[in-house]
Design a protein around this ligand. Structure first.
Ligand SMILES: [Zn+2]
Length: 380
């Protein structure tokens, strides 16, 4: 664990308040930098020495139906239309970066080298709009069991993704040679992705089980579980793709602005779902057009990195990497699974919850991208 204390070196100057203010204004450092920052920037064992919350629990059936509590406090209730449009001809310099990809060119060795550009299928420099419209279906919750509830989800995002553009059909005035062509681009942030992946909604909802009473016990390793929980929109929080076993590191150059990627059907998050935390990686995802979560109850509330992002399979809620109410600070008292008891600013305040790893501190070799282990028990 690295600790960066008093990044601007002000700790010996606290008695000279005005002098500090002057230094801050000269250096450009914010007051937030002057607090202690604790970063999790290596593999599993940054936190947890000496912190244990064994025995603490949360009962989703305490005083009300779990379904009602879950729909009011975790999962989203509103079905939404998702749409986006680009017109590359607005910028002639962009035209060379857009093309149609032959569905069979997966066999092309250039594809495997990630040199996707195919000059024979460049789009004409004409005024063509590329538009998609999708419908986000909400999750449904069934709590008919006495010990667990299950969440049925189509694993579909409720926000834009450039992967939706990969389903846009070819323009009528583009002549392709054969087969199923997919609209792609070679640059981030504009158009689809040139690996041809696209988001396809499952034809039926997938079911995930959670205990009604979540209790912290001896930690359970994540093991070979591909999915460790669900985000608030029902999108799985994935350690890796189930079929190819590709993880965050393998997919990094292909993830969209929310660190999401299409699964065989549906769509998974592979690291901090920035739609819910508001984090923007301007260096890596330059050019992306981020949209963020809008609270369904209070639309004036802006997202932050201490917000609720979902629920782990052991029933405990998962939050962004920053502690509620403390600017730019990761909690100091996390246990080995990245959980603790503390304020959350919502209905889970002073109950056990996880804080995910900050995406900007995932390093080569890291394996766990949301939590380190399950503190509670799993249903299946
Ligand atoms: Zn917390």
């Amino acid at each position: 664990m690295r600790q960066y204390k008093n990044l601007c070196g002000f700790n010996k100057l606290v008695g000279f308040f005005f002098f500090v203010i002057i230094i801050i204004s000269i250096s450009g450092c914010s007051l937030g930098d002057a607090f202690v920052n604790v970063f999790d920037d290596d593999n599993n064992s940054d936190f947890g020495e000496g912190y244990s919350y064994i025995g603490t629990s949360f009962n989703y059936g305490d005083g009300q139906l779990p379904t009602k509590f879950l729909q009011n406090n975790i999962f989203l209730n509103n079905s939404v239309e998702i749409s986006d449009t680009i017109n590359i001809s607005n910028d002639v310099n962009l035209v060379d970066y857009f093309f149609y990809f032959n569905a069979f060119s997966n066999e092309d060795p250039q594809y495997k080298e990630k040199k996707y550009y195919n000059s024979t299928l460049i789009l004409p420099a004409e005024d063509i709009d590329y538009t998609y419209e999708e419908q986000y279906p909400t999750v449904s919750i069934d709590s008919s069991g006495t010990d667990f509830f299950h969440v049925n989800t189509y694993e579909f995002p409720n926000h834009r993704s450039n992967y939706f553009f990969n389903s846009v059909s070819q323009a009528s005035n583009v002549v392709c040679v054969e087969g199923d062509y997919i609209f792609c681009s070679n640059i981030y942030g504009l158009g689809g992705f040139s690996d041809r992946a696209k988001i396809v909604s499952p034809n039926r909802a997938n079911k995930y089980n959670f205990p009604i009473i979540a209790t912290v016990l001896t930690p359970t390793p994540l093991g070979d579980r591909d999915i460790i929980g669900l985000a608030r929109n029902g999108v799985p929080l994935a350690q890796r793709l189930p079929n190819t076993k590709e993880d965050y590191h393998d997919l990094k150059s292909r993830l969209d602005e929310y660190y999401g990627y299409p699964a065989d059907s549906g769509y998974f998050y592979f690291a901090e779902p920035t739609y819910f935390t508001g984090y923007e990686d301007a260096s890596y995802f330059f050019g992306y057009d981020y949209t963020y979560f809008q609270d369904e109850v209070d639309s004036s509330k802006s997202v932050s990195r201490s917000d609720l992002i979902g629920i782990a399979l052991d029933g405990f809620p998962i939050y962004g990497p920053i502690e509620y109410g403390i600017q730019e600070k990761v909690p100091y008292d996390l246990d080995t699974c990245r959980g603790h008891v503390g304020p959350t600013g919502d209905k889970f305040s002073n109950t056990y919850h996880y804080h995910i790893k900050p995406v900007e501190y995932i390093e080569d070799g890291d394996e766990n991208f949301f939590i380190e282990c399950f503190s509670g028990t799993l249903v299946d």
